[in-house]
Design a protein around this ligand. Structure first.
Ligand code: KG4
Ligand code: ZN
Length: 343
């Protein structure tokens, strides 16, 4: 069975074809980052319009990459939420229309379920059940994944998401948008011991996260210290040190909460997914922690950490296996949609 996956929930148009026999056979991504970078964040209306421009050519390009025509497809999976409603509607309209025109079944995919299932694209993949740390630009969740569709949220963020905190810190330091990977690059040149950044919510029980206090601490540190910089070199070093201290504080917080959740649930497998899971230091920390505490960490390969069509196609393949096929011609998008509602 060949499933076309369509992702358009934010600023990436991602299209892929997953074959249940052969695995992923084609995968195309168009990122709108350049379009939004000048505004320092995603402009929803521009995002929708760009998806409209790119989505059909990208679908055709993906079929060409797999040496298939649209008629060779067996099913369509598309992101129906959560995300920007206009952007979602582009993928939903195209997905449903294609399914209708080609007389194929279609399935709505929850974007975060897509992120969770992205690790199933790897050769070394987890078995159900497992614990998942989902860290993206919009979410920071610890999820108990019992099986496909059965998710219990154990911890959420009370304010900013981890990726959002990376992006805001990057903006403060004058780095491009989205800033997560630039903070990570700069942190390599920094001294993570120069300042002691707070570890939010660590001295309280529970699995909740909060990053707004850390964000304020970062801003205050930057504003106080930059005044003492005499040269560009000193200023650059200050930025690198702040990036390193900030990154360490986030990783420390995320990893210690993961360990707490592992101990609480008894899971032996931890899946880390979403854009922030591309962070190499986070990956190294959780791999090492797993070795010391007898659990195994799983990550998607770097290109499938951030938004992409492959994760939607593979989640779609699993949904079809469970016969979660839509029987209607309604086109729906859900800007807000809890993972727990999927059960
Ligand atoms: O999953 P994603 O592509 O979009 C959402 O669903 O939100 O995640 C994007 C987020 C951005 O905040 C970006 O800065 C962050 O992932 N990110 C990183 C890294 N690469 C991307 N954060 C930290 N380190 C990275 N290497
Ligand atoms: Zn995402």
């Amino acid at each position: 069975m060949k499933i076309l996956g369509i992702e358009s929930s934010c600023d990436e148009t991602g299209i892929a074809i997953y074959d249940t026999e052969q695995g992923l056979i084609a995968d195309q991504l168009y990122s709108q980052i350049e379009l939004h970078a000048q505004y320092g964040g995603v402009v929803p209306e521009l995002a929708s319009r760009d998806h409209v421009r790119k989505i059909v050519p990208l679908i055709l390009q993906t079929c060409e990459q797999a040496s298939l025509t649209l008629k060779d497809l067996d099913a369509i999976a598309y992101t129906a939420g959560p995300g920007l409603v206009g952007a979602l509607l582009v993928g939903a309209c195209v997905g449903k229309s294609l399914a209708w025109a080609l007389d194929l079944p279609a399935v709505e995919i929850h974007h975060m379920e897509g992120h969770i299932m992205a690790t199933l694209l790897e050769e070394d993949k987890p078995d159900f059940p497992f614990l998942c740390l989902l860290v993206s630009g919009g979410h920071t969740l610890l999820v108990d994944v019992q099986t496909l569709g059965q998710y219990q949220i154990l911890g959420d963020t009370l304010d900013d998401a981890a990726g959002e905190a990376f992006d805001k810190t990057a903006k403060l330091l004058g780095l491009p948008y989205p800033g997560g990977r630039y903070i990570a690059e700069l942190a390599e040149q920094g001294d993570a011991t120069r300042f002691k950044f707070p570890r939010p919510m660590m001295n309280r029980p529970g699995l909740e996260f909060s990053f707004s206090g850390l964000k304020t601490f970062t801003r205050v540190t930057w504003e106080q210290e930059v005044e003492h910089c005499q040269t560009d070199n000193e200023k650059h070093q200050l930025k690198a040190d702040i990036a390193a201290c900030f990154q360490l504080a986030v990783i420390d917080t995320l990893s210690k909460k993961c360990l707490r959740a592992i101990k609480q649930t008894g899971h032996k497998q931890l899946v880390i997914s979403g854009g922030v899971s591309a962070n190499i230091s986070l990956r190294e920390t959780l791999n090492k922690m797993g070795q010391n505490h007898h659990f195994k960490s799983f990550f998607p390969s770097l290109k499938y950490c951030t938004d992409n069509g492959a994760m939607i196609a593979v989640a779609g393949a699993m949904r079809f296996k469970h016969k979660d096929i839509e029987q209607n011609n309604l086109i729906k998008a859900y800007p807000r949609w809890s993972l727990e509602q999927l059960a």
